[in-house]
Every structure is written in C-alpha cells, then in structure tokens.
Design a protein around this ligand. Structure first.
Ligand SMILES: [Zn+2]
Ligand SMILES: [Zn+2]
Ligand SMILES: [Zn+2]
Length: 154
C-alpha cells in the first residue's frame, strides 16, 4: 500500500468523512443523501437499492422509492462514498472515502458477511497484467467468495 494515513472510519467518524468528501466534490449533503448513507452504513452486508429504500422508508415513516435511492447510490459510488460489490449485486459504504483503492472484498457464501481489504500491491499486479495485455484504464474488480470465520465455527 502506498504511504498515506490510511484510515478505516466507522460510525459518526465515517459519516463526517463521507460528508466532507461529497462536499469537496461540489455536491450537497442533503437530508435524503444523509439518510441513504446512514442506512447503507447500517448494513453489515452488501445492501441493494431496495434494501436501503426499505430501511429509509422505515426510519422516516414515509415511502421512499428505490429509484431515488439508486440515483444517490450512483452518486456515492462516483464520489468514493460507496462501493459496488459486483458478485453480490449490492453496495457497501466505503470505510475510506478519503482515499482511492481497488478495494478487495471477501464475501461469505453462507451469511453474506463482507470483509473489505485494501492491498494495492495485489491490485497493482492485476493492473500491470492488464496493461501488459494491452488493456487500457483497467479497473480491477477483486472479490473472493468462501466461508467466513463465524460460519466456519458454527
Ligand atoms: Zn488509503
Ligand atoms: Zn477499500
Ligand atoms: Zn458467514
């Protein structure tokens, strides 16, 4: 990993870091965006736009459409506030909105629990291999499926 103050935020500190990042991008941290971010960060496994719309609707006592949640998730992904877990077809809050990495996800086949790792030497190798094969602007998607420690012990 390149030398920087890599920090995984959680809770209130994650929300503050996400808000700072989004506003630095020139975007507004609206009540709706905050509600979507809080719901997303509240899940302990990847969540779909429908899961999040459900959670926000419950929290606000009014119906929130999955479509508007989807648009906000899209903005979050583009601003490094959220990551898409491709093999789960769902989203997780990005614990490090301040810095960019090719995040690596380990996803449990049984409970869906997802571990987020950052190892730039690993993803850098994949980028290099892609570049050697004549692939430009590579965007490594590295996801590992298996059985998490909790499910193994159960
Ligand atoms: Zn970092
Ligand atoms: Zn990451
Ligand atoms: Zn598991």
């Amino acid at each position: 990993m390149s030398r920087h103050d890599h920090q995984h935020h959680e809770g209130e500190s994650l929300k503050v870091a996400a808000r700072e990042r989004l506003t630095r991008e020139g975007e507004q941290w609206t009540d709706m965006r905050e509600a979507v971010f809080e719901a997303l960060a509240g899940f302990d496994k990847p969540a779909s736009a429908y899961d999040i719309a459900e959670a926000v609707s419950k929290a606000q006592g009014r119906r929130v459409a999955a479509n508007s949640v989807y648009r906000i998730l899209d903005l979050f992904v583009n601003s490094n506030l959220a990551r898409r877990v491709e093999s789960a077809n769902a989203y997780v809050a990005n614990a490090h909105p301040d810095c960019l990495h090719d995040c690596i996800f380990l996803i449990c086949d049984h409970c869906g629990q997802t571990v987020h790792l950052d190892d730039d030497s690993l993803s850098g190798g994949v980028r290099q291999a892609a570049a050697s094969a004549g692939f430009s602007a590579p965007r490594p998607v590295i996801e590992v499926r298996g059985t998490c420690g909790d499910c193994e012990d159960a």
